[in-house]
Write a protein that binds this ligand. Structure first.
Ligand code: PSV
Ligand code: MN
Length: 391
């Protein structure tokens, strides 16, 4: 056994944890086979924010909500920001959307037609205007751009069009705003994607400048990819802007973070902590990008932030001195044991006490279930059109 720090020693560091929730996690979602509705699902951005605020109320871990435009379009964003504040949360990242319009069939920022690129740019400018109203720092750009068949598009020229588009968006950012470029290796395009990997996202964000960073969505890698290596590398290069946390078994499954592979989440958070990505001095944003197709959504989000909190606590328990010593001595098994000792430490009851000590429920899942909020929204939210991924 190594000499791990005690829970009390790491507890102050847990205070720094903030996990941003995606507004779309509260809407209906599913697969291309079926979207199952659930009673009580929000009909508008205000109701999504109210639900997100419940997650924060019961966990103290989720102080902001990310919006997706146009899914969360409203007439008055100042009002929406005030509404969020009244409910105890803030508005966070603005997610752009250039993947749900017929014009974007062959791409958006990397499209061969300058008129389509101009339309996509106008959308990004609109998102920046929204950020100005909501006080959001980050514009997240994920592109569905790509092709399905070899020869369909000019791979090289599309990169040039993309670079040009991105630089125009970058020029519109205020000094305290950031452009966050998210990569994904496939889907909806199946042959090539214009921002498929961290290297491509890195190349574009370096060319743009300081205010451009990379978003690492944990579901956007081929099976077996060593994601924690990418985390370490992007932090080393000063380019890790944010995480979209979720978990995957097969593709971009968008399941609850830490559900499919808790050890992977631990390894990722270990690299985050070791490389300065965690704590007050870090500007890395920790977001969820998930959908709850079968399970109820608010408890699904509560479970998710608790999973991140648990794995963060375990990663903070790593005995760094012992690790460095073992690594420097070429002690393969000793070094591995240092990590495994922390990973196998069950922190759940310590975290429950820690929450209770801060006036939060020791068991947020149970407290939410008892609160009556689920029954209340089921009774109140009658009529209207339920929100959903893509609507
Ligand atoms: C794309 O799969 C993605 O991860 C992007 O972040 C989108 O904005 C999000 O999913 C929408 O669910
Ligand atoms: Mn994502």
């Amino acid at each position: 056994m190594t000499t791990m720090p005690s829970f009390d020693q790491i507890a102050p560091l847990l205070e720094d944890q903030a996990i941003e929730l995606p507004s779309w996690a509260f809407g209906n979602s599913g697969t291309r086979f079926r979207v199952f509705g659930q009673p009580g699902v929000p009909r508008n951005p205000e109701e999504k924010i109210s639900d997100a605020a419940k997650v924060h109320e019961f966990t103290g871990l989720a102080p902001t909500v990310a919006l997706h435009i146009p899914w969360d379009k409203v007439d008055d964003y100042d009002r929406l920001a005030r509404f969020a504040k009244e409910h105890g949360v803030g508005l966070g990242t603005i997610n752009s959307n250039t993947f749900q319009d017929d014009d974007y069939k062959f791409g958006s920022l990397a499209h061969h037609d300058s008129q389509i690129r101009a339309k996509a740019l106008d959308h990004m400018y609109e998102c920046i205007e929204i950020m100005n109203a909501t006080g959001s720092r980050d514009l997240k750009i994920w592109l569905a751009d790509g092709t399905n068949y070899p020869g369909q598009g000019d791979l090289r020229r599309r990169q040039d069009w993309l670079a040009d588009s991105l630089s125009r968006i970058y020029d519109r950012l205020a000094d305290d705003q950031r452009l966050i470029l998210e990569y994904k290796f496939f889907e909806p395009a199946f042959y090539h994607t214009d921002v498929p990997d961290w290297g491509t996202a890195y190349a574009h964000t370096v060319a743009l400048g300081e205010k451009a960073k990379v978003c690492l969505d944990t579901g956007h890698h081929a099976p077996g990819t060593n994601i924690e290596f990418i985390v370490a590398q992007l932090l080393r290069l000063g380019k890790l802007g944010s995480f979209d946390f979720n978990s995957r078994f097969y593709a971009d499954d968008d399941l609850i973070v830490g559900a499919a592979d808790p050890f992977q989440l631990f390894r990722i958070l270990h690299e985050v902590i070791t490389n300065g990505g965690y704590g007050k001095d870090s500007d890395v944003a920790f977001m969820l990008d998930q959908c709850h197709n079968l399970e109820p959504k608010i408890p699904g989000q509560i479970r998710s932030v608790l999973n991140v909190s648990e794995m963060t606590a375990r990663a903070l328990l790593v005995d760094h001195e012992a690790l460095v010593e073992a690594q420097s001595a070429g002690d393969v098994l000793g070094a591995n044991q240092v990590l495994m000792d922390a990973f196998y430490t069950d922190v759940r009851s310590d975290l429950a006490d820690w929450r209770a000590g801060r006036g939060l429920p020791a068991d947020p899942m149970a407290a939410y279930a008892k609160s009556g909020y689920a029954e209340q929204i089921i009774a109140e939210r009658i009529g209207g059109t339920q929100a959903g991924w893509g609507a």
